[in-house]
Structures are given as C-alpha cells and as structure tokens.
Design a protein around this ligand. Sequence first.
Ligand SMILES: NC(=O)c1ccc[n+]([C@@H]2O[C@H](COP(=O)([O-])OP(=O)(O)OC[C@H]3O[C@@H](n4cnc5c(N)ncnc54)[C@H](OP(=O)(O)O)[C@@H]3O)[C@@H](O)[C@H]2O)c1
Length: 303
Amino acid sequence: MPSGVSALQVSFIFLFLHFFISSSCLALVTGASSGIGKAITEKLAQQKINVVMVALDDKVLEDSFNELKGKYTSVEFRSCGADLSTHTFMDKVIEVTKDIDVNLVFNNAGFITTGFFHDVSLDRQALAFRSRLPPRSQPSSSFPLFTRSLKNYDCNATCSLRITHHFLNRMIAKKQKGLVTFTSSSAGFIACPLSTLYAATKCFLTTYAASLAPEVKEFGIDVLVVHPSPIQSRFLNNSGGMKVLESSGKVAAPPVVIADTLFASAGRCVVRDQVLLFFLFLCFSAALFLIFITTSRAGSALR
Ligand SMILES: NC(=O)c1ccc[n+]([C@@H]2O[C@H](COP(=O)([O-])OP(=O)(O)OC[C@H]3O[C@@H](n4cnc5c(N)ncnc54)[C@H](OP(=O)(O)O)[C@@H]3O)[C@@H](O)[C@H]2O)c1
C-alpha cells in the first residue's frame, strides 16, 4: 500500500466503488441529529452522498441539519422529523423519500432507559421523560412510574424492521445494490440489570441483522451490524444517575470511530465489534453486575 494512503482511505474508496459507480447513492440515517448518526451523516456528505436525516422533530435536528447544509453545500440534505417510537412514523419517512431511491440505510437511532424494569411503565402513549434510579434503601413503589419502556422498545428495535422492510423492497424491486446497517451495542451480549430493555433490544438487532444478511446477499445488498462500546454522545445523558454509564464516558471514543468502522466494514463482514473497548466494557459491566447481585434487593431475593 503506498505510504500516506491509510486502510481507512482504501475502505472509503472500496465503499465508493461498491455502490457509487453502479448507481447513484442516497442515504437515510436515523438518529442523524447527534452522536454516531451525525458522524455517519457527515462521512456520507464528505463522499458527496445525499442524506435524509431522521430524528426527533426538535431543535437538535434543526441545528444539525442547518450546520451540515451550510458545511457541505454540494450535498442535498433532507430533514425528516419523526418519533420512531410511534406507529405512524413511516408515513413521514415515506413522504420525505417518495421521489428518491434510498439504497444506503443506517438504522442507528436509539436510547437507553435505566431503572428497575418493573418500575418503568409500559404506557406507550405517555410522554417520554428521563428515568431515575430509585435509591436501593427505599421501596421502588414510593417513586413515580416511568413511562417509556415501550417507546424505548419501538425506537431501538421495531422501527428498524419497518424501515428496513420498506427500503429493502424498494431496492429489490428496482434491482439496486445497497447497504443496510444497524447500530447495536456490546450491551446486547451481557446481562444488563437496570437497563434490561436496552440490552434485549440490542441483542435482537444483532440476531436480526445477522439472519437477514444471507437472505439479501443475492440481491447485492449488504447488511452490517456494529457494536459500539462507550461513545461520547448525548446517549450518556440518559444515564439516569447510573454510575457505570456515567463513568463509561471517561473511556468513551468519539462518534466518528463508529462511522469509520461502518464504512470500513461495509460489504466485508456482517457483525463488527469495537473489540478492545468491548472487552473493557464487558469486564467493567461484569464487575458491576457482581456487585449489584451481592448488594441489591434482587441479590437478597436470590440468596
Ligand atoms: N453512546 C454509546 O456509548 C453507545 C454505545 C453502544 C450503542 N450505542 C447506540 O448508538 C446509537 C446512537 O446513539 P448515540 O450514542 O449517537 O446517542 P445520541 O447522541 O443520543 O443520538 C441518538 C439519536 O437518536 C435520536 N432519537 C432518539 N430517540 C428517538 C426517537 N424516538 N425518534 C427519532 N429519533 C430518536 C436522537 O434524536 P434527538 O437528538 O432529536 O433526541 C439522536 O439523533 C443508539 O442506537 C445507541 O443505542 C451508543
């Protein structure tokens, strides 16, 4: 390899050749307003790929959309403000993309809910708000019910099914090559008390993506799932006081690491871990889990 040309640059060229020459690419990124999704959007823009940015219809999306539009003037950005935890969000996605062919789909939006599973209400209609961990010394019933388990489930897992199903069918019907990615998590491989639903949805995403990959390979569509370990983003703001999450921020990598990983791995593998950080995170989480089991109410119930 000539000096000065990094493996990453070669990977970008590979991605370019793989998709860009055969057809014009257009990408859709969920959770594009911040963190990993914003980093993916920016990487795509650097390759002059137009992007539909999907995220909650709020100021964060508006600011990121305006920022990227101002920075990459030759790229077309479309903003799609939609709550992916609702059952009607696809109407908005379909409306924004009806006149374009999307063949790069990044299922990335997601968030974590912390707290005891039984304390978190399943009320799908309730407004989302930050959960807080009840102190162990007090009975959980003395704390307000939290209202976002099913919203969390839909945003992290089921919205990806609807998005993927829709765009896969469009790609297949038009005989277009493409790429569908999922942002899962190393949390999907370990027991995660106090973020039960998060771990379960991420485990689901990985298995789903790995099973889907061979089904669509023959159509020239690649599937890739990535497992970030701690990443510096607004994600960690949802810790709800959970110390392990807050401390993970100290060893967190910048979001662009995951964008680079996705671009370097597309078409080459199906499941990609941030290996080193994953093992650190695994050890850290295992230690926390042991401490939790031995000191918590759950632990005393088991003994
Ligand atoms: N950060 C980590 O340590 C870490 C580790 C492993 C996996 N991950 C995964 O990486 C993905 C991206 O997270 P991040 O770290 O980049 O966090 P982030 O900075 O909080 O970004 C999350 C993105 O998802 C969007 N979003 C959240 N809820 C939504 C909803 N109901 N409907 C539509 N959009 C919604 C957010 O929109 P708004 O900005 O408008 O709220 C934001 O654009 C997530 O799936 C997360 O689980 C993160």
